[in-house]
Design a protein around this ligand. Sequence first.
Ligand code: ATR
Length: 475
Amino acid sequence: MICISIIFSNMDAAIADLKKANNIADIIELRVDYIFGLDIKKLIEAAEKPVIVTNRRKADNGKFEGAEEERLSILKKAIDLGADYVDIEIDSNYNEIINDKKNSKIIISYHNFDETPENINEIFDKLNSTNADIIKIVTTANKLADNLKIIELIKKSEKPIIGLCMGPLGEISRILSTIYGSFLTFASLDKGKESAPGQIPAETLRNIYRIDEIKPGFKLYGVIGKPISKSKGYIVHNSLFKKEKLNNIYLKFEVNDLEKFMKNFSSLLAGFSVTMPHKENILKFIGVIDPVAKKIGAVNTVVNNNGKLTGYNTDIIGAIKAIEVKTEIKDKNVTILGAGGAARAIAVGVLEKQGKLTILNRTVEKAEKLSKEFNCNFGSLQDFEKIKTDILINTTSIGMHPEINGTPINTKFVKNIIVLDAIYSQEKTKLLQEAEKNNCTIISGIEMYINQAAGQFKIWTGKEADINFMRNIIK
Ligand code: ATR
């Protein structure tokens, strides 16, 4: 169930949001501490879904600053008006509310805006020993493993429980908690309307993360990297899982400490994508490495087969398939700009397809080092105008934010050839726009991205991904 909190400061705005929430929430929390000129009756009447009435103290990140007696009397009034649920904190006189609960159900809650404390089990036991109808335990995740502590409580609770972690590192708990049986998960009405840090918009929870369908037994996938907040793979993979009616779900894991992540989470995941900065370091945690990934020295896809982890690299198929839609690579003069991880993966693919490779880089020594390994030509970016190129591939970060108006080479020399830009944050980088004007055949990095994601989907599910469907999702 999705709960949306109404946090507006005046009645008109609160009612306006309440009307929107009626359409997307399963349950609505009225944060009456926020609302100036409060008319609880009017709010309860305007709600078409069950309501939770909450009157949070300032000390608990709420807005209520009056006397405790007054605060509780507002909750009692909500009970008299027929509120479906009333939330009261574990460290307040909750018995006063429970003894007077009439037809309302009482949620006894614990919140911690700083951490997931060491004594979380004691706090849980205390909540559990009350006469609450539902218990609620919401902490802040300072590390990914904090989410697991909350999940353990959800799993062991005999009472209905709401368990979540707040903050960016707790974002995964907003989906995971539902898989493990949390009574509800909180969502924001829209981006920017979060009532707690880390909340995900309700629309995303319902349509991308399939919150109404997920349940124990769903296979967990995800992406690990840092930073990860802008990663869009969760949209593509979850949409594919949904389309193919697979009981799989894909989450974003912001991973700082790879070793800890592998220890705590890898057994929970059926597979995962690996992105920067972990593509190389992940190799030492994986039992079996596919020969292509070994050659590149980087893994972007991991499968967990009953505890046995295997690493693959689909970046390479992504690039090669995107080019092969337009042209054969064999015997073509292929110039790669850049000498980092992406250049290395694409170089392996180009050589496998028997292209004639040159690597050009701002730091010529790095191009030289790579060229020795691959036995190919090298040079500086300025050398582009001196060499013959049939297929040009940009793997430098020029064209990406903040250099979205830059090009890695002078585009007046980029004429009548095929150009692929590995950047996929926009459909047409400046390089591609200029190349198109100069009569080149251009290939967006998005095509490369889609093909590598399709490769991951095939490895995890054994099924071919629908490329057109993926293209539409991305657009
Ligand atoms: P990736 O894994 O995406 O390839 P990387 O390993 O950090 O990322 O490589 C980034 C590439 O972009 C490098 O080739 C880098 O050139 P240097 O080796 O000289 O650093 C290139 N690059 C980054 N910023 C650049 C810039 N402003 N001008 C030219 N090349 C740039």
